[in-house]
Design a protein around this ligand. Sequence first.
Ligand code: GTP
Ligand code: MG
Length: 197
Amino acid sequence: MVIHDARFLTSNSRADLCPAPTVPEYAFIGRSNVGKSSLINMLTGRNGLAKTSSSPGKTQLINHFSINDKWYLVDLPGYGYAKVSKTSRAEWAKMINYYLRNRANLMCVCVLIDSRHPPQAADLEFMEKLGEEGIPFVMIFTKTDKQSTAQTKALVTDYLKKMSEIWDELPRYFQTSAETGLGRDEVLAFISEINKQ
Ligand code: GTP
Ligand code: MG
């Protein structure tokens, strides 16, 4: 897919204030610092479109980007950051749960997982919840450039093994790097496929 236009639209704390749900939408979620905003920049080929930071907790709101005037990419705030207060955590859960349950045009949630780490409870629980609510999702293993291909392969294999203890059918998954562009074609082809349905 050629991306000829990628524009920031809005930042919102409430799903009912997000742009009108007139086109298909894909949301990126995962632990703080996993690389959600960086992946959006990599996919769109626009550095700085989504704000990134080396310290966790950069993205705080629901950020909509319009792609080719045909679909939306959504950058969401991360979860699982230890320094966040209980109140902020509860606010995050309220905002995100409302968004996930009520966004009519949400085609798929992309759950980003750091490819260097073994399965974390926060991610497993989040995906289980998506499954329970019947919200379609895929997994994206990020930051693959930070280790060897063999290491990524071993970690992804272990992760899928863990998932198979919980899931009868494993979700679709991708491996990406915001540094090298690995996985860009695959993720965009997947979005393109759904957009056509
Ligand atoms: P929050 O908005 O805080 O939840 O974080 P985020 O998930 O949006 O992460 P962000 O994209 O801001 O990236 C966090 C840090 O990881 C930044 O320093 C990025 O440069 C770095 N990073 C993200 N993706 C990659 C990647 O694929 N490879 C490498 N080497 N670094 C990455
Ligand atoms: Mg971010």
